[in-house]
Design a binder for this molecule. Structure first.
Ligand code: BJ8
Length: 426
């Protein structure tokens, strides 16, 4: 076998990427990863797998998607936790997360949407407009959802450039909302069957429920080890595991994350950790951090603290609940899926008391010294809810710091100063 690195440029060209711009993006992400990740000491060996995945994030994984599509398979891109991966996999579709976590081509983006739009939306639109995301270009269908107003309208714009389907998500959790949500999931099933040409059966859905639950169980094991002092894994590494969960092959990822969890459990038993025992422990709550957004974790951990949990969609909201595996009919399974997904505590719901309870519970279980509430600028939902989070967390006895930021690196110095001051008073 040759040791020559594979040249993926022909594949990227076939997907329609703008090659010079894409090369520049990959170079920047590689540098960011090196600075944030490869400078860490005493990382678990199991992180080698995620390092490898990152080194091939636009390479080998895209090649796998490409091969799958060439053999007749279909790929579905999603932006939000509410889109059930189980449904897609039950029709032999592959699901990839698309939320983008880097500032890109904002000049083009601001020609079609307001400047004061959150970074997450601007980023995915920038990736599309600049033709630098091989995931969206590999997606036969992008599945959006009516969560926040910005996303809703952005999907209309995206619909002019890509094949888009939007799920209607209720914004309350009453019985009537659940009934409507079940219907939405049935409609999604029909759409996925149409795109894949495959029928979802009770058997295939049962298998995919189990498979996706297994992925969540592996992430739950990793999360549980973070309650130990010293923490056996950095917050940055744990965040990366959840970010990669949205892209990677499900059975392979589950296997590798269970191996990582074995290692972390052994570290806990041996009293080994990544930060010195007694390092300040931080729980983060807020808007999701899509790849390659590692900004806040990086600042906190370079200041000597350790992030022990994320109450966010790239964290506990992704893996803390499982779909029941008891059902035997298709209808029962759809109900179980609807129930599990409507239980996610996103700020687009009113009221959203469950999130407040989760934050306090997690802060206690993980032995946090303080909580950082993180909102992306111009995200009205999370910025508004930050006040309730602050009050609830403070009333429960935890110091809290509210941070509003975006994907730019301009405020890193200022954030570092605020975070260092917060850590000192803990
Ligand atoms: S379930 S958090 S992934 S909607 S940050 S785009 S809300 S303006 S991301 Fe989300 Fe699903 Fe909810 Fe999770 Fe809008 Fe806010 Fe931007 Fe946001």
């Amino acid at each position: 076998m040759s040791d020559q690195p594979v040249d993926y440029h022909p594949m990227w060209a076939e997907l329609g990427l703008d090659l010079p711009t894409h090369d520049a993006l990959l170079g920047a992400v590689g540098q960011l990863f090196g600075d944030a990740y490869l400078t860490q000491e005493n990382r678990p060996q199991g992180m080698d797998y995620l390092n490898f995945v990152m080194s091939e994030v636009h390479g080998l994984r895209i090649k796998e998607l490409d091969d799958y599509r060439k053999s007749g398979g279909k790929v579905f891109g999603t932006f939000c936790l509410y889109v059930p991966e189980e449904i897609i996999r039950a029709a032999a579709g592959w699901c990839v997360g698309l939320c983008a976590g880097a500032e890109f081509a904002y000049d083009q983006v601001e020609q079609i949407m307001p400047r004061n739009t959150c970074s997450l939306i601007k980023s995915f639109m920038g990736f599309k407009l600049a033709k630098v995301c091989p995931y969206i270009e590999s997606a036969d269908l992008v599945i959006g959802e009516t969560t926040c107003d910005g996303k809703k309208k952005a999907y209309e714009l995206l619909g002019d450039m890509h094949n888009v389907y939007v799920m209607e998500l209720p914004q309350m959790k009453r019985d009537v909302d659940m009934a409507m949500w079940r219907d939405e999931i049935r409609d999604l099933m029909a759409k996925v069957e149409e795109v894949t040409g495959n029928t979802i059966t009770a058997e295939s859905l049962k298998a995919s429920i189990k498979e996706v639950n297994d992925k969540r169980r592996a992430l739950q094991r990793i999360a549980a080890t973070r309650a130990a002092d010293p923490a056996p894994i950095s917050g940055k590494d744990a965040l990366l595991a959840t970010q990669v969960a949205f892209y990677d092959d499900v059975p392979r990822f589950t296997q590798m994350m269970n191996a990582l969890a074995d290692e972390l459990e052994a570290r806990v038993a041996a009293g080994e950790g990544v930060a010195p025992k007694g390092a300040k422990r931080i729980l983060i709550t807020g808007t999701p951090m899509a790849l390659p957004n590692w900004k806040l974790h990086d600042i906190i951990e370079k200041a000597g603290a350790v992030v022990v949990g994320e109450e966010m969609c790239t964290g506990s909201r992704y893996y803390q609940d499982l779909v029941s595996e008891d059902a035997s009919t298709l209808d029962e399974m759809v109900s179980d899926i609807a129930e599990k997904y409507l239980d996610i505590n996103c700020a687009c719901f009113t009221p959203n008391q469950g999130r407040l309870e989760d934050v306090v519970r997690m802060a206690k279980e993980l032995g946090a010294d303080g909580v950082i509430d993180y909102s992306l600028q111009f995200c009205g939902l999370y910025e508004m809810e930050a006040n309730a989070v602050e009050k609830t967390v403070r009333d429960a006895g935890f110091p809290v710091l509210k941070i509003t930021t975006d994907y730019s690196m301009e405020d890193v110095g200022q954030l570092a100063t605020r975070i260092e001051a917060f850590l000192e008073m803990l």
